[in-house]
Structures are given as C-alpha cells and as structure tokens.
Design a protein around this ligand. Structure first.
Ligand SMILES: [Zn+2]
Length: 111
C-alpha cells in the first residue's frame, strides 16, 4: 500500500513537472529546463523560473527587409547610416546590394 502511494506521488510529480515543462516550451527557458527544475527543485520554483523567462511570442519583433519587404527570420544585415536617425535592415547581401543605394537616395531626398 505504501508503494502504491509512492508510485502515485511520483506519477503526480512527474505529471505536474511535465505540465510546467509544456508552459516553458513557449518561453526562452524551453521544455527541459522547466521540467527538470520543477522535478528536482519543486513546482513553485519551477513555475517562478518558467514565468520569469521571456515569452517567445511577445519578445519576437517582426523585422521587415527594407529591400524586398519580406519578413525576416533569423540573421539579417542592419545598417545605420552615420548622421541619420534611421536603421535599414536587409535579409541578405543581395538585397542590400540591390536596394541600399536606392534607399539612401530616397532618405536623403526626404531630408
Ligand atoms: Zn530582402
């Protein structure tokens, strides 16, 4: 009977840690860190750490290429022309080479 309760507690603990892990999945911390912290250090700490961790959906800002206007995922080229309060982003070198000169002309003519 004692083993039954121990088994039940273990299942409950792993199950709850798994749920906390799932909520960590959408955050910077990730599933495994949330899961393991909950399992070994307790649910309270697991929950706190998980919810302090950045929400990936909220922190993800959309960057658009100033060349082809497509949404950029991952690495991109950012150019801050000196003396101007602007930043130009390009998805790759081809876009930069194709559009940057034109963009600079347009910005200068706009003042
Ligand atoms: Zn582009």
């Amino acid at each position: 009977m004692v083993y039954f309760f121990i088994a039940l507690l273990v299942i409950l603990k792993v199950g709850l840690s798994y749920l906390i892990g799932l909520s960590g999945k959408k955050r910077e911390i990730g599933f495994w860190a949330s899961f393991l912290i909950s399992l070994f250090f307790g649910f309270v700490l697991g929950l706190i750490v998980t919810f302090i961790s950045k929400d990936l959906n909220q922190t993800r800002t959309i960057v658009r290429c100033d060349g082809c206007k497509k949404e950029i995922n991952g690495e991109y080229i950012a150019i801050r022309p000196t003396g101007m309060n602007v930043k130009l982003d390009y998805c790759n070198e081809t876009c930069r080479d194709t559009y940057h000169a034109g963009n600079m002309e347009r910005l200068k003519s706009e003042g």
